[in-house]
Design a protein. Structure first.
Lengths: 311, 319
């Protein structure tokens, strides 16, 4: 701090030391406090759901939701696992959709992204425009709804959820930006060796774009995992098992479905631990994301860095 | 195709390859794009003629194109009843709040994080702030319910413990603009911060070092180095957002408000109205009129925003 401007030569002797003047300290102090507070605010609601799922219903009726399980109880989980087929069914459906959708989506998106960034592909701009235009203009929800329901007749099938989520213009642009970073010489060398375009893509390009596949695959998987929208549009009560988040949506919003999900477990409806049951369902439905999050987060960050700013 | 072959070999009269020749030459690449082309054809282009439904008195059993044509009557009704104006007002005002406050917060957090030396602190807080982005809107609604529910909510209890009476938030339309903006900030700030932070870390660090050696303090470095380097990113993201000013976040609004009609005056946006009038009141024609209005006007706003960006700097243009 005592090293002021008139002692410039001294600074030259210790070039590594960075001065911290008043304003730096203010900024740093401010940052630590503000960022820490906001980060905690981002986590606490999750904690609260988990904590209340381990509380007894009675304690919640007495003291409301708290930060610590009041009157620790596993009753809501016990109930869920007493007739678990709704939950297991939802898990199987969701995992199935996520795996199949992510694999097909990844294959198509990466293939398209590779072709569209090839500078020697004369139709690349036309096709890109054809794809991009759909993000600028759409017919709206009603014609789309009628298409799925009347024309394609996909209502009450899992296709109505699997298909619409397969790809988006944004993901294709993102993939294109990723592939651009792979040197064109790889394609050239493949051509010289006489490989066809698909073979070049499959054997040479795909193996060198694992980070891109990880990022976009995670975006796809997350969309399938969090899907409730198409389910709410197209899956009626005729469909026995719904995707997890839509199952959760029903548990939250419909007492009826709540009654169904524990019918046969010999609990009088009035005694139903409604609040804790909601929280337990939410915990089970979201648990995998929270558990996997620390490991996959960096791929999302990589994706945002490459593709979110410009297409 | 065989007929045109000799032309290519004749160097003197070299002609650009015809369309068919290009198709044949690039057949593999075209085939590789075909699944995506079919996908967007089916799910995006095939519904487009169906927008005609907005001009009909739609009857489900007759289908779109056999229902009676009634011209602009659906639009007229929506305008006259004031419904469309209300939806537009809500949608645009929410988006303005999201864009302005959201970007300000994201920028602030990104810049502040950049001033911190501890790598551990940066990584941990970024991870924590990013987490809400990964959560479905269904869960978000439950989290809000946990806090604000009149009987058991965490905040309700805090208020009661301090001796005051808690308001019945789920019956107060005026509280919801604030709640929805806060929830949206909670969900999106981490995402935006990561984007801006990536833009900052991507910048040339030598300028920063030079400024430090020259004795620039923290405020000066932010003002004269960080902010100017971020300008293109900010402008592009801002224009992106303005282009989408008529698009609402359906999942967030619908899960928070649902069918609670007491709150519609302040919370109903285009998407929620379209969804409800189709799924609950089966009013397909009016629902699609609102949707079509949104698509057409939104389209021109995007084009306008892009033209404006191009004028500012060709590099800013989105397409």
């Amino acid at each position: 701090m005592s090293n002021t401007n008139n002692q410039a030569p001294v600074i030259l002797n210790q070039p590594k030391k960075i001065k911290l003047d008043m304003s730096d300290r203010i900024i740093r102090g401010f940052t630590y406090v503000l960022v820490t507070l906001f980060s905690i605010a981002c986590i606490i609601p999750f904690w609260m759901v988990i904590a209340s799922s381990f509380s007894s219903e009675e304690a919640i009726r007495r003291t409301g939701f708290t930060l610590w399980p009041s009157d620790f109880s596993l009753f809501s989980y016990e109930l869920l696992f007493r007739s678990p087929d709704q939950m297991i069914g939802a898990y199987v459906v969701t995992i199935g959709l996520a795996v199949v959708g992510t694999l097909i989506g990844l294959f198509v998106i990466s293939m398209t992204g590779y072709a569209l960034q090839r500078k020697d592909f004369p139709f690349r701009n036309h096709i890109m425009f054809y794809i991009y235009f759909t993000s600028l203009f759409s017919a709206g929800l009603v014609p789309f709804y009628l298409l799925i329901k009347q024309t394609l007749n996909l209502a009450d099938t899992y296709w109505a959820i699997l298909l619409p989520l397969l790809m988006s213009p944004w993901l294709i642009v993102l993939m294109k930006n990723f592939v651009k970073a792979i040197p064109h010489e790889i394609t050239e060398s493949g051509k010289i060796d006489g490989a066809g375009d698909f073979r070049i893509f499959w054997n040479l390009i795909l193996p060198s774009m694992k980070p891109a596949l990880a990022t976009i695959g995670l975006f796809l998987a997350l969309a399938y995992w969090n899907e409730w929208y198409y389910s709410s549009l197209f899956l009626s009560s005729k469909v026995p098992y719904r995707p997890l988040q839509y199952h959760l949506y029903n548990v939250i919003n419909k007492v009826a479905s709540l009654k169904n999900s524990i019918a046969g477990s010999k609990v009088v409806v009035e005694d139903l631990p409604g609040e804790t049951l909601k929280m337990a369902t939410a915990t089970i439905a979201t648990g995998p994301i929270i558990l996997l999050y620390p490991f996959v987060q960096k791929y999302f960050v990589a994706g945002l860095t490459v593709g979110s700013v410009k297409g | 195709m065989a007929k045109s072959k000799p032309v290519v070999n004749d160097q003197l009269s070299y002609k650009k390859p015809s369309f068919w020749q290009l198709l044949v030459q690039n057949k593999t690449l075209i085939l590789m794009c075909t699944p995506a082309i079919i996908f967007f054809f089916v799910f995006s282009y095939m519904p487009m003629p169906g927008a005609y439904i907005a001009f009909t008195n739609f009857q489900y059993n007759k289908g779109i194109f056999n229902s009676p044509f009634i011209g602009l009557q659906n639009f007229k009704f929506l305008f006259m009843s004031g419904q469309l104006t209300l939806l537009l007002k809500n949608t645009v005002l929410y988006n303005i709040a999201f864009i302005l406050i959201g970007n300000l917060l994201q920028l602030m957090f990104a810049i502040l994080l950049n001033e911190v030396a501890s790598k551990w602190f940066k990584k941990t807080t970024q991870s924590m702030m990013f987490l809400p982005y990964f959560i479905s809107d269904v869960l978000v609604s439950l989290l809000v319910y946990n806090l604000l529910n009149y009987d058991y909510g965490f905040i309700s209890n805090l208020v009661r413990n301090m001796g005051s009476e808690m308001a019945k938030v789920y019956q107060m339309p005026n509280a919801w603009p604030i709640i929805i903006v806060l929830v949206n900030l909670w969900k999106g700030t981490g995402y935006g911060t990561v984007v801006y932070f990536a833009a900052i870390t991507g910048m040339d660090t030598s300028m920063m070092e030079a400024a430090q050696i020259d004795g620039a303090n923290g405020f000066q470095r932010i003002r004269y180095i960080t902010l100017p380097t971020l300008k293109p990113t900010v402008v592009i993201l801002f224009l992106f957002a303005v282009g989408g000013i008529l698009k609402g976040n359906f999942g967030l609004f619908y899960n928070l408000v649902g069918n609670n009609s007491m709150l519609f005056k302040t919370t109903d946006i285009i998407e929620t109205y379209v969804y409800r009038s189709m799924m609950n009141s089966f009013n397909f024609a009016q629902s699609s009129a609102v949707g079509l209005f949104q698509s057409v006007v939104g389209f021109f706003i995007v084009i306008g925003a892009n033209a404006f960006a191009k004028k500012l700097d060709p590099d800013y243009a989105l397409f």
